[in-house]
Ligand binder design. Structure first.
Ligand code: NAG
Length: 280
């Protein structure tokens, strides 16, 4: 009886499956599917293939997956390709970091509903080189959640709800926290100081009241649309050293802040280019 029912379900689902494949193929040919859409489609197919037969013998299989994978292995919910895990716009909603396969190097978990990063989330995947959590609802990160990731080079927390930053791993070359709710109070003065490989630092569209300490390696610094009211000689240069130069820094954005840069003519003498911002 069960077998018969299953065969019947299979028959029913076949035309739907092939229609879906057709649609996917035609979209592929047009070559205009944004990658985000495509990943969504692929993971959807993964899921439906897995869940249809299960619904037959496991009555709980059709209940919505609460929180996260909820027992469903990450690589059925997301797409895993040699060291990369793609979990973008996962449905049903993904509200926490999924368990990652060992040896994962790249995690793309953009546009989900992750609210908090826990210390244990990345504890077993010290192989990570890039984490992209853009466009989630992250309001809290446990202080040491990223600090053990000694290979991590790129971290994006853009478009979240952070008011403060945790300890950052020292090998980072790119850090993006654009579009959060960061205040100077929540960004420890030295949070970037030890990041001697940091090249890109994006902190635009926050509520920072001061420029944090910027390591010498930084080339691009985005601080536009914050609430920065002043700078000093020591912000970028050194009051104690007239000969100090900062050749790396080649793009500084301070536009959209209350600070009037022409009031601080001595503050940029060590730089190759003046910051973008208000001069009158
Ligand atoms: C910007 O800073 C000033 C104090 O310098 C404060 O009164 C104001 O509320 C701040 N604005 C925002 C949007 O945080």
């Amino acid at each position: 009886m069960k077998t018969l029912f299953f065969a019947f379900m299979l028959l029913l689902s076949l035309p739907a499956a092939s229609a879906r494949r057709l649609r996917r193929d035609s979209q592929l040919i047009r070559g205009s599917v944004p990658r985000r859409r495509l990943t969504g489609l692929v993971s959807y197919n993964f899921k439906s293939r897995r869940r249809t037969p299960r619904s037959d013998d496991d009555p709980t299989a059709m209940t919505p997956i609460g929180g996260n994978a909820d027992g469903l292995p990450t690589c059925l919910l997301c797409v895993c390709l040699t060291g990369s895990v793609y979990c973008e716009e996962v449905s049903p909603d993904m509200t926490s970091v999924p368990a990652l396969p060992k040896e994962s190097a790249y995690l793309y978990a953009r546009f989900n509903k992750i609210k908090k990063i826990n210390k244990r989330d990345f504890a077993d995947t010290v192989t990570l080189k890039r984490i992209d959590l853009t466009g989630n609802l992250i309001a809290e990160i446990e202080e040491d959640a990223f600090s053990k990731l000694t290979l991590l080079e790129e971290l994006s927390l853009a478009e979240n709800r952070l008011t403060k930053l945790p300890v950052l791993p020292t090998k980072l070359s790119s850090f993006n926290a654009n579009r959060n709710l960061l205040k100077t109070k929540g960004v420890k003065a030295n949070v970037f100081k030890k990041l001697t490989k940091l090249v890109n630092l994006y902190l635009a569209d926050n509520m920072l009241e001061a420029v944090p300490t910027i390591p010498e390696s930084v080339r691009i610094l985005h601080l536009q649309n914050n609430n920065i009211t002043d700078v000093t000689i020591d912000t970028f240069c050194k009051a104690s050293d007239n000969y100090y130069l900062r050749p790396s820094l080649s793009e500084v954005r301070l536009d959209g802040n209350p600070v009037v840069l022409s009031k601080y003519p001595d503050s940029f003498t060590c730089m190759k280019v003046l910051p973008v911002g208000r001069y009158r």
